[in-house]
Ligand binder design. Structure first.
Ligand SMILES: *Cc1c(COP(=O)(O)O)cnc(C)c1O
Length: 454
């Protein structure tokens, strides 16, 4: 036992040189994104006020591989390649014959996988002469990553932070300000969208949808000086995250194993896609049969209980229409302690994978998730982000199923972030203040009734 290897590190020369674009391999192409007014497919010009052309082209590219610019790889070297670990102590605690591996993205300076795309997005905007980026943040992980990325490229970063988080998470705000971002509690008086909400609801504590509307408005009315950045959902975001799974393929080879199942939590789908897509490529091209399993919170079950339909990306109905598994754009998830998973929809690539039977999804409740987080923390010494803990809960279920079946099963999951800024959620769990939440079907049906009619 004593000389068993548990950590698989790649040299920096093994940071991938290309991102993997699954659009080249999907058996059926992605459905088009539609203009909210005309219901016709949107073209590059429609998106140009918000995104740089390089990212718009990546959004629709059918090339199987897209070069990672050397400037971006240079910054990736600050934390990439990230380690792959074999969770031997967790295996022992569970007394399972399964072999459990995890890819640890929490070693990035921002503490999660989000810096992989934030760096790339800041780079392309800088190259096209954009002075700064606007964005929204809820839990704060995305705002933190984007403020660091903008700082790397000497750009402004304007963050609209959901007011309730702004008040409850002062350290999240402070870390963004440390990197030079300007952080505004949303809804705010600085935009027409914010003022109109405040006129109607002066006491509003905000929502992700409102914050998106404010950030989009600032970019759209800036005459090109500012553009908007999104931390998940979009194809180019999922593309940038494929460095994760590409590294895993090499690291699993170092470990001398190949995963039977690859697992990640699914909010907008970016960390799951990041680890899963390179394995999907092996399934599609080389006849491998790895199961790909997304874990969503039972309190916001877009894949497992939503409908595959065209819907808006934001609450106010300002964005283009995207076909996705959705709970309805004005669905309000209960105050769940995994802020990063409270999105009503899901990235288009993940939705097509699910619809085409290329992946599976399950929903897990909050108490099981936090219990899994504690089991993992006590065995492996890392406090996971509450979002990441959903993936851990899924991995533990797989490990227990392997034990019941008396079989060795190789499990790989994405530990996409640490929970050091989320200790108030742990405090609530340890103080018995959290509960499970079963969404009444009637509430989902009501939210569905507001889907746009095409
Ligand atoms: C943002 C975030 C998520 C949810 O977003 P995805 O795009 O689904 O990955 C999950 N985990 C962590 C740690 C996050 O920061």
């Amino acid at each position: 036992m004593s000389d068993q290897v548990i950590r698989f590190d790649l040299p920096q020369t093994e940071i991938p040189h290309q991102w993997y674009n699954v659009q080249a391999d999907l058996p059926r192409p992605l459905p088009p994104v539609l203009h909210p007014g005309t219901h016709q497919p949107v073209g590059p010009d429609d998106l140009a006020p918000l995104f740089p052309m390089a990212l718009i082209m990546q959004e629709v590219s059918q090339e199987p591989a897209i070069d990672i610019p050397e400037e971006v790889r240079e910054i990736y070297k600050l934390w990439r390649p990230t380690p792959l670990l074999r969770a031997r102590r967790l295996e022992k605690a569970l007394d399972t014959p399964a072999h459990i591996y995890y890819k640890y993205e929490g070693v990035s300076p921002s503490g999660s996988h989000k810096l992989n795309t934030a760096t790339a997005q800041a780079y392309y905007n800088k190259k096209e002469g954009v002075r700064g980026l606007t964005t929204e943040t809820g839990a704060g992980q995305w705002g933190t990553a984007l403020s660091q990325a903008c700082n790397f490229f000497d750009m402004d970063c304007i963050v609209y932070m959901v007011k309730i988080s702004y008040q409850q998470k002062p350290y999240r705000r402070a870390i963004m300000q440390t990197f030079g971002a300007s952080v505004t509690a949303s809804p705010s008086e600085t935009t027409e969208a914010g003022r109109s909400i405040l006129r109607k609801h002066p006491e509003s504590t905000g929502s992700l949808g409102i914050a998106i509307s404010e950030a989009v408005e600032v970019a759209a009315t800036s005459q090109g000086r500012y553009k908007y950045a999104l931390g998940s959902v979009l194809n180019h975001v999922l593309l940038h995250q494929t460095v994760i799974g590409q590294e895993c393929l090499k690291q699993m080879e170092m470990a001398g194993e190949y995963p039977d199942v690859v697992i990640g939590p699914t909010g907008g789908g970016s960390n799951f896609a990041g680890i899963a897509l390179p394995f999907l490529r092996e399934n599609l091209r080389s006849g491998k049969k790895t199961r790909l399993l997304g874990i969503e919170p039972a309190a916001c079950p877009s894949l497992t209980r939503g409908k595959y339909a065209y819907d808006f990306g934001d609450t106010m109905g300002m964005t283009p229409l995207v076909k996705m598994y959705t709970l309805g754009h004005d669905f309000v998830p209960p105050p769940l302690h995994a802020g990063g998973l409270r999105y009503h929809g899901m990235g288009s690539i993940v939705c097509e994978m699910y619809d085409q039977g290329l992946m599976e999804a399950i929903a897990i409740q909050q108490l099981e998730t936090f219990s899994a987080a504690l089991t993992f923390a006590r065995a492996e010494g890392i406090v996971p982000a509450p979002e990441a803990a959903h993936g851990i809960a899924g991995a533990i279920r797989e490990a227990m199923a392997a034990k019941d079946a008396g079989e060795k099963r190789v499990i790989l999951f994405n530990l996409c972030g640490h929970g050091h800024f989320d200790m108030s959620a742990y405090d609530a769990y340890l103080g018995d203040q959290l509960s499970d939440y079963d969404f009444p079907q009637a509430e989902i049906d009501a939210a569905m009734a507001t889907l746009p009619q095409l």
